[in-house]
Write a protein of this length. Structure first.
Length: 217
């Protein structure tokens, strides 16, 4: 029951809302194409490859990778950004102006513009071909739920299950990606779930920080 609760909470959360380098103009449009743009493809692959190399996944190196076909809504990224900002302020954790400017670089007008653009956001359906250097399979949301509810996971290979948003590209140097990665051994036991800030420096994208979303398992 605990495992089922984990995945139900996770799925509900991730379906909610169905200087120049940091202060540059917010993109006028949020892509809703049925295929990734070149920049989106780069961001997704840079993020996943770097994330899966971290120590928190060292016991899962032999696990198969499965992406949930229906993408997490990009509104999740803004929700996490705002939650994390509120928490940092309330706990007096922002002790220097530079801390705030580095992680919390969006002003209220920019946030309003992004939220308006995302009102008609479409759910993106991931494709195996979106992942350049990783061997992945796909699960539909309902397929995973059936696997968990019926206990079929006990007969399946060891798997990492990944919920992933398309990149929310803020400007030419900043993007956000929300994700949830869990082990499929006992249904979907959560390993990590954050929104990551990807920042372009020296023509390369790297993760520059994480935003909490206020949900704890």
């Amino acid at each position: 029951m605990r495992t089922i609760t984990f995945i139900i909470i996770s799925l509900l959360i991730y379906q909610q809302s169905a200087g120049q380098s940091t202060r540059s103009k917010v993109s006028d449009s949020i892509p809703t194409e049925q295929n990734l743009t070149a920049t989106e493809n780069t961001l997704v692959n840079v993020f996943l490859e770097a994330e899966l190399k971290k120590d928190r996944y060292k016991y899962y190196k032999e696990y198969e990778l499965f992406i949930i076909e229906e993408s997490v809504k990009k509104t999740k990224s803004i929700d996490a950004y705002l939650y994390s900002l509120t928490e940092w302020k309330s706990m007096n954790r922002i002790s220097k102006i530079s801390d705030s400017q580095n992680m919390y670089f969006l002003d209220s007008l920019q946030l309003q513009k992004i939220n308006r653009a995302l009102q008609k956001e479409q759910v993106y359906h991931w494709k195996v071909g979106d992942f350049n250097n990783l061997k992945v399979g796909l699960y539909k949301y309902e397929e995973l739920r059936t696997i968990i509810n019926t206990g079929a996971f006990v007969n399946l290979p060891k798997r990492l299950i990944i919920f992933l948003s398309k990149p929310l590209i803020i400007n030419e140097n900043n993007a956000l990606i929300s994700f949830n990665i869990g082990s499929g051994e006992i249904g979907n036991s959560i390993i990590s779930h954050f929104t990551v800030l990807l920042r372009k420096e020296n023509n390369e994208w790297n993760d520059s920080g994480y935003y909490e979303d206020g949900v704890y398992y």
